[in-house]
Structure formats: C-alpha cells, structure tokens
Design a protein around this ligand. Sequence first.
Ligand SMILES: Nc1nc2c(c(=O)[nH]1)N[C@H]1C(S)=C(S)[C@@H](COP(=O)(O)O)O[C@H]1N2
Ligand SMILES: [Mo]
Length: 346
Amino acid sequence: MNGDLIVRTATPLCAETRLSAQVGLITPNDRFYVRNHFSVPRIDADSWSLSVHGHVRRHLTLTLADIRRLPSQSLLVTLECAGNGRSMLEPSVAGEPWDLGAVSTAEWTGVPLVELLDRAGVAGAAREVVFRGVDHNTTGDRSDTFRFERSLPIEAAQESEALLAYAMNGEPLSPNHGFPLRLIVPGWYAMASVKWLGEIAVTDQPFRGYFQADRYVIEGDGGAGDVVEPLTRVRVRSVITEPERGDVVRRGELVIRGYAWSGNGAIKRVDVDIGEGWHVARLLDDAHPYAWRRWEITKRVDKGGRITLRSRATDSNGLTQPEQAAWNRLGYANNAIQTVPIEVFD
Ligand SMILES: Nc1nc2c(c(=O)[nH]1)N[C@H]1C(S)=C(S)[C@@H](COP(=O)(O)O)O[C@H]1N2
Ligand SMILES: [Mo]
C-alpha cells in the first residue's frame, strides 16, 4: 500500500490520503482515497457489459468497446466522502473514523450519462435512474446479500454533467476505483459516484435501497429512520495541508497552504486565521466548476508559543463553513472549520 494512504479499515479497504501528500491540483491515482463497502469485485473486462433498461424505449447492452466508441468527455472532479471529517464529531459516532483525507481530485474521462440516456430514450413516466454496482455482500445491520446501488432523480441525471467514466488521470480505472466503469456525479458527495457499474435502470418509483434510504441521510433527533435530508451536494469546505497539526515552525514568515471546494458553486474566498483575526488568502489555479482550488497565504508570526490556524471557505452562493459541526448520528457532511494547532519557536 502506498505510504501516502492511511488505511482506516483493511477489509473492505477504506484508506484516506495523508494531508501532506496532497500536493497538486490533481491527486495521483496511487494516493487517491479509497472507500469500499464490500470486497472489490473481480471483473473480466471481456465478458463484462452494461445493461440499460426499465422505462426506456430501447434496452441497451453495451460492451466496454461499445462504450469507448461513444463520444467522450474529460472533467476535473473532486470526490469527497460524505463521512470525511467524521472523527472530529463530538460525541463520537460509529463508522469509518475519517480524518480530513477522504477527498481527492482526478481528471475523469468517459461518456456523458445524457448521451447514453438519449440513446436509450427515457420514457415519460421516468422519475429516477438507479445505478447498480456489481459488488455485493451482507453489511452492518442486514443479514441478506445486497448490492451497492444508488439513484439520481431524472433531472439530476440529465443536468448534472454526470459521466460514465472508464479512465482516471489518463489511465484505465484501477480495481479499487471501479474498473471497468463507474459513475462520476460532479458536485455530489461521492456515494453517488457508483463504482463497478453493471446496470442502469430507469424507474417510475422512488428508489429506497439501503445506501439510499438507510445510509447517506442526515437524521433528525428521532434517530434511525427519522430522515431529515438525503445527502446530495457537497457542503463548502477548506483544509489546511501545510503546516500540519503539531508542527513546530520558526518565528518569521509563515506560509499556510490548503484546498477549498464546494458542490454548490465556485469558491469565492478563503479566509485564514492565525490566532488574531481573519485574512484573505490568495486563490491559486483556474476555477474549474467541479474541482477544488488551492490557496495560500504568507503571514509574519512574531511571537513564540502555541497558535491555532484556521481556514474558512465561502462559495459563490455565499455559503460558508460553520465554527461548530452539525452533529448527526451517522456522522455525515461535517464541514466545520478545521483547527490546526502549531508551535512557533524563536
Ligand atoms: N459500487 C460501489 N460504488 C461506490 C462505493 C462502493 O462501496 N461500491 N462507495 C461509494 C463511496 S461512499 C465513496 S466515498 C466513493 C469512493 O470512491 P473512490 O474509492 O474511488 O475514492 O465511491 C462510492 N461508490
Ligand atoms: Mo463515501
């Protein structure tokens, strides 16, 4: 395993990118975070096919070669696991104890989902599109075997610029990231980006599968079953990658660097606090609609001792990060401002 990944659970593999290993705009494939619910399915690309059925005018069965012949597109997309930052919640919650590294960015290449839906011809009664992974097993509180499946409302399927991706940063998808084909839903928490696709079913009913209705939902005070909000778009967030928690730095010029992203609009601003108020950081990189942006700021630190660094992103809809996490039982969507304590010496 690449040393730039921190393993949170070994089987199924869940591993996050070390913050210090986030260096460029794009995360190299071998250090892109991994979140698997079941063991990685072994898929033989030659016998694999994708079936598109349900409320469509034409049922399609496509081989990988068929898919690669369709018009393709490449998009820079940041994926963030909805559980990213879960370990910071108090009181603590069950689930993968992610720090802040369950987020990475790649250039994905594949066929626009609309291209395929148009070829199949979506029927008038269609309400949702269900994406079925071929990975399956039992999990958590269920004893039967079931698949990883998620749906998108038909409007989101048609308007989200979703891709059926077969390549990641110019290489075929690796087994961990969904070989041979996965969905990428730009702007949405990454549970929507179903890996190891086998089937796409257009339905006239709301889909109520486990990973749709029992997981990846924000619950109310009533606990399990009291769903307030299903997770969709990524909440605005920033992370500080440099310096790191606990670093000891010399007095003088201090360079602070990190990333900022939002599923609800472009990043407009990042403010950084070095213990005495907010300063506007410089945004780097071009703005890509679905990818994070690097930022940096240089500040003088004249006093020795402990200081706490914080960063706060704001997007084009004026949404910003809260000081306190909005606690929820399943530990999702914690976009609270991160605190990075460091020590300054003379
Ligand atoms: N088929 C399938 N798709 C899946 C998952 C899975 O376990 N099985 N995990 C989802 C979750 S919760 C996340 S965060 C992303 C992780 O994608 P990555 O492993 O490529 O980073 O895949 C999503 N798609
Ligand atoms: Mo996730």
